[in-house]
Design a protein around this ligand. Sequence first.
Ligand code: THG
Length: 286
Amino acid sequence: MPTVITGKASQVSFGPGLPVVIIGERINPTGRKQLSSQLQAGNLDILEKEAVRQKLAGAQILDINVGAANVDENVMLPRAVNTALEATGLPLCIDSANEKAIASALNEYPYKALINSVTGEEKSLASILPLAKRYNAAIIGLTVDDNGIPSEAPKRIEIASKILDRAEKLGIPREDVVIDCLAMAASADSTSALVTLDVIRSVTKDLQLSTTVGISNISFGMPERQRINISFLAMCIEAGLSAAIVDPTDQDLIYAALASSFLTGKDAYAERFLTYYREKHTPALL
Ligand code: THG
């Protein structure tokens, strides 16, 4: 069964065997001064513009993160969710380290959300999984536990199984569990990308779960980051990645996602690829 999440106007399905879906990452104040200062002032103008811009660029899901100094996430996360939902109708991925803020946002979201995220740590499992159950949300499970991020694949896969097991014990169906296989800076560890690819393959094939990766983490500390991100995205898609967290405003990256889904036999008759191509090459009617 695929993972299905829903917004005000659209629904998205993803999982093993389906084409990769794009989760837009730009609603996140990390490294973005203007967005941070607007959020501190309670202003959602840039956020709304970024939501629309990412949708037009090809994002199918929007990640919503308003975590910054002097921002009350309990107030701003639900407001941001409402704004993005009204502006785009897209399904949302609610991204916060603050469980109360996640609950407040879910309370304002009358569709099926994706929670970002739970970890394999006991405290996280105990607080976040019940929220997913209560609000009938899907959940991203990070392959991290009390000992940090394992540098080897088998340990990450073990954490993925543990998160699945705990979710199922609460009555959360397996298709609502999306495993973040985690990308770490390749500049710091030359095995980093290969480990992520191993985890994607195993979680997809052996556990039959949906997967996600924050692609841009791979290129920290390097020049030409977007070019590295595109290469890594193509590899992740070959390994079976279900959902990519990326900056969708890079058209080359969207084309890489479409081309890789097509080349791996997940886009029959190149329908998606050609639909995107035609949209880009059709002059606006007005
Ligand atoms: N897994 C999951 N969730 C995640 C991540 C992940 N959420 C956050 C992050 N990783 C993915 N989102 C971002 C958001 C912004 C940036 C990178 C990843 C980023 N920002 C630029 C900077 O910091 O310099 C600024 C961008 C701009 O101004 O255009 O790079 O791995 N589950």
